[in-house]
Design a protein around this ligand. Sequence first.
Ligand SMILES: [Zn+2]
Length: 296
Amino acid sequence: MKYDQRIKLSLLYIVFILLMSNHVSAAEISLSITPEKIYPGRLVIITMSTMYSLEKIQGDVEGHTLYFNKIETTNTYQAFWPIDLEDHLGRRTVKITTTLKDTRTLHYSADFDVVDKEYGRRDLEFEKTYDQKTLNRINSEKDKVTHVLEKVSQKKLWEGSFIKPVEGPMSGEFGKKTFVQGEERSPHAGIDFAAPVGAKIQATNDGIVAFTDEDFYFEGKIILIDHGQGLFSIYVHLSKISVTKGQKIKKGDIIGEVGQTGRAAGAHLHFATKLFNKRISPEDILSLVSYEVPNV
Ligand SMILES: [Zn+2]
């Protein structure tokens, strides 16, 4: 399934490049926003191409800064924008300002719409209420993670495509509404991979270990990796953590082992991705194709 998605995405991309190259000479700057259907939980890819060499490129969505990365040897720039799993629907505006080498400044803007999606539901049998001590613990753990996720490292640390963190089939989908004994809770903000206790977990891409904890109430043993520019990957319910905070990680490095610590119904890896602390589908991250300039 993953492979098909990749092919589809790269084809879409090549078509887009062709369209752009016809377009660029007329418009000077061309902007594309993908995927075609944008709903809560999706990663939006903003690609800007120009016939000129740029001195500078800046952009924002609703006042929030975008991080544009130049695609090697081209005059194409790309930025990611997250739509949180429970973000509001409706229109967003992307604004971009470019400064050319000859100091001319060009402004560009484009709109996209966030539409609704039905993700389905899951029912869990966990405790429905917590005593004050447990509640305090849960809130303090949440605060610790939020604090880490809100720190944006300016430098891009990831390279190329992202890899699946563990061998094993997907056993829990992203986005499902979650009910605990009939009461609605936060939706499932990651994907679950079924794998036995002790299965090795790989870093999905290069980065720095931003946080680890051995005993979170829900998550058990948890690792957060900072991939730079606001992008993080999160690994939950581990039986073993093999890295320490501040450690530099390369894609594929073993960071720990699968477990069922915290509140987990069985052994699995819960894998989540966040950009600017917004919950986005790990499948969108895993199906990103590293940018290649087609031979046309
Ligand atoms: Zn999960």
